[in-house]
Design a protein around this ligand. Structure first.
Ligand code: NAD
Length: 715
């Protein structure tokens, strides 16, 4: 009798002693296991072979990798989700038969979970009778983070195994759990050291075979309706889940509604409901976008690897300027393991920068994220100084002095004579051209932009800007530094505003134009926040600072005079002239106060409307929500398309990721260009024609029009 029952590319089944079969996930030529179509179908074949073998007493399910199964193969989603909803649903029903075959094996089954069992990986484990988990492993159903919910039976099995409350919590939050909480929640039956995981699983299997644990009783519960009361738990959870979901991401709520509907059904009917619900959620804008963002992220990581091959080693950095940005950069660098010299011209600024870093580290210690001695070592790796001692040994200098080209020229020419030949200089300028700053430098090939966003420790994006003379090595070195700092660097070619500020400028101009045309800024903010932005444009301008916003707008519009035209009263400027700078001095569009708990509170400033009369030549009027959204978002799509057409970045996905990470563009849109794809490029062209009267900021570039003509998309 052969020991091998089934041998596929991803799944194997072979006999152990005593009539036990081991079904093992072991994907050929891969470090991990995942559920792609092939793996699901091989699992079906392996289970059929086990069921047909006749002399089997129990099934042990394992992985030969460091992880059990990381989840579904997300690269297959794009194509799968373009199918009609009915097709997606019927595929789901067919795939689910495989998981049901596992659940209905004629013998008891136990899964040994090592590493990760996420998404489909945990759903497979839930189909077995028992689960033993390594104490180092993590399990969870993170599908909502992709705009989806579990579609391999997770919404059916989890509540039937662990109860309705656990199912809501796990599925709606998408958060994975460690072994302790997973066992306490009843999702796994036992926890073991990684070395004894297999033995523990075999032990439990022997107990089941011996009838010492009631596997058949368990199965019956998984095949039945949920206990009375479950539907009520789901119903009661809906309001909270809806409130906690990001705007326009309906998956979590849909999952809870689905579980409520299916609570009274047995397995088969509940699975059919899940497949139908999954197909529907797979067709949403949020799913399309969040899946794309996941894939973009993977692509960016590949790019980082390529840069790493090209980069110079970077062990010691220096920062010029200990202000808001320089201080944040020094702190982040040190925190993530690159020691840094922090130079300023004033002792007071150095003290402020150091104190701020100290405060942030103390907070990490308080939150239990850092030990005190580690925090002390990090702080000690920031060396505040008034001179250039040690600059001859640094691998990179980040310049964050005041935004003044003369000062930058003087500082950088000086520093260039003190550093090594291979040292890269990166400027954190927000509005000056890299080529302009590079003018007096002797080694412009070693000079690059490194544009962080404020506050540096929080904001994930950094734009790495290549001037016309910047070398690839210098850019790659700074990409590597950004990655080492835990940021997502995106490489951009030099242009006014780089990528993010260039694209937000037309968006804020569109807001100013709407206000000038008579729209109430409170309504504008309300509509754009309902659309998904974390802050409406007036509030955002207050946060940026209305003086800063006016200044930045003037610089960037000057760079695109053919398109970014404002020949109307400009609200931001109006407020700035009146000395109302926004949040920083307590009043702008809104008035800011702190509540008794010290939290900032935003109030409508009654006199704002009065002040705005000066820019509203024809008085006030109302606009429909749809018109507001179109007039705000179209200029952003147009500018994003221009930036790509101009070759400022390599790909649509880099434009979109920069907007999501740098601006907080709502994730469900997937970016400006992904949004254009969702609307349909034809529809974008038609919209552009409808708003022709608003000028060239609303006119789509030739490349977009041509793409629409060819029936193409950005993705
Ligand atoms: P800041 O005024 O808070 O800090 C500037 C610091 O540079 C001050 O501490 C000043 O003493 C110091 N300085 C001036 N001359 C110096 C010299 N010769 N050598 C060393 N230090 C010197 O300004 P900031 O907001 O931190 O901005 C710094 C840079 O970052 C600017 O180029 C700005 O455009 C850019 N930036 C700012 C933001 C933001 O939101 N604040 C965002 C992105 C980029």
């Amino acid at each position: 009798m052969s020991a091998t029952l089934f041998q596929g590319d991803s799944v194997k089944a072979h006999r152990l002693d005593d009539g036990i079969v081991e079904l093992c996930f072991d994907r050929t030529n891969d470090a991990i296991n995942k559920f792609d179509k092939r793996t699901v179908s091989e699992l079906g074949e392996a289970l059929a072979a086990i069921a047909a073998a006749g002399d089997v007493r129990g099934a042990l399910i394992t992985s030969a990798k460091d992880v059990f199964i990381v989840g579904a193969d997300i690269t297959e989603f794009g194509e799968m989700f373009t199918q009609p909803e009915d097709r997606i649903a019927s595929n789901g029903i067919v795939q689910n038969q495989v998981f049901t075959a596992l659940e209905t094996l004629p013998v008891p089954s136990v899964v040994a979970i090592n590493g990760f069992a996420l998404g489909g990986g945990l759903e497979a484990a839930l189909a077995a009778d028992f689960r033993v988990m390594a104490n180092t492993a993590m399990v969870g159903l993170p599908e909502v983070k992709l705009g989806l919910f579990p579609g391999f039976g997770g919404t059916v099995r989890l509540p039937r195994i662990a109860g309705a409350e656990v199912a809501v919590q796990w599925i709606a939050s998408g958060k994975p759990a460690k072994a302790g909480p997973a066992q306490a929640a009843g999702v796994v039956d036992a926890v073991a050291e990684p070395e004894s995981l297999r033995d523990a699983a075999l032990d439990l299997l022997e107990q089941a075979i011996a009838g010492e644990v009631d596997w058949q009783g368990r199965r019956a519960a998984k095949d039945s309706a949920l206990p009375a009361g479950a539907a009520g738990i789901f119903a009661a959870a809906k309001a909270t889940v809806a409130k906690q979901s990001p705007r326009n991401q309906p998956a979590a709520l849909a999952a809870v509604e689905l579980m409520e509907t299916a609570a009274g059904e047995g397995r088969e009917a509940a699975l059919a409901l899940e497949s139908r619900g999954f197909a529907k959620i797979a067709k949403t804008q949020a799913a399309a976008s969040l899946v794309q963002i996941f894939l973009n992220d993977q692509q960016l990581k590949k790019k980082f690897k390529a840069h790493a091959k090209n980069a110079r080693p970077l062990q010691q950095a220096a920062v010029l300027g200990a202000g808001i940005m320089g201080g944040g950069i020094a702190y982040t660098s040190a925190l993530r393991g690159t020691p840094v010299l922090m130079k300023d011209i004033g002792q007071q600024q150095l003290d402020l920068g150091t104190a701020e870093a100290g405060k942030l580290l103390a907070k990490q210690v308080r939150n239990g994220r850092l030990k005190q001695d580690k925090a002390d070592a990090i702080l000690a790796s920031i060396k505040p100084q008034l001179d250039y001692t040690g600059f001859d040994r640094v691998d990179a200098v980040v310049e964050a002095v005041v935004e003044n080209i003369k000062v930058k020229h003087a500082v950088l020419s000086e520093v260039e004579t003190l550093i090594g030949e291979d040292c890269v200089i990166a400027s954190n300028t927000s509005s000056l051209r890299i080529d302009d700053i590079a003018v007096p430098l002797k080694r412009p090939e070693n000079f690059v932009g490194m544009h962080f966003f404020n506050p540096v420790p929080m904001m994930p994006l950094v734009e790495v800007i290549k001037g016309s003379r910047t070398s690839d090595v210098a850019a790659s070195t700074i990409v590597g530094y950004g990655v080492a700092m835990g940021k997502t660097p995106i490489v951009v070619n030099d242009c006014p505003g780089f990528l993010v500020n260039r694209i937000i400028t037309p968006y804020l101009l569109a807001a100013a134009r709407l206000i000038a045309d008579g729209l109430d800024f409170v309504k504008l903010d309300t509509v754009m926040e309902a659309f998904g932005w974390p802050m409406g444009p007036a509030y955002l301008s207050d946060v940026i600072g209305l003086d800063t916003a006016t200044h930045v707008n003037a610089i960037i519009t000057a760079g695109y005079p053919q398109r970014m035209i404002y020949d109307f009263g400009f609200a931001t400027e109006r407020f700035a002239k009146a000395g109302r700078y926004g949040q920083k001095n307590g009043v702008g569009f809104y008035r800011y106060e702190t509540d008794p708990a010290g939290r900032p509170k935003k109030l409508v400033a009654e006199d704002s409307h009065e002040l705005l009369k000066a820019v509203q030549a024809n008085g006030t009027r109302d606009f429909s929500d749809a018109e507001i959204v179109e007039r705000m978002m179209l200029p952003m799509i147009v500018e994003a398309a221009h930036a790509l057409e101009d070759g400022i970045v390599d790909s649509a996905m880099e434009v979109d990721m920069a907007l999501i990470l740098g601006l907080g563009l709502p994730q469900y849109l997937g970016g400006a260009l992904k949004y254009a794809d969702w609307l349909g490029l034809d529809a974008v062209v038609a919209m552009s024609e409808r708003y022709q009267a608003l000028g060239p900021m609303y006119a789509v570039p030739a490349s977009l029009r041509a793409k629409a003509g060819r029936g193409e998309r950005y993705y």
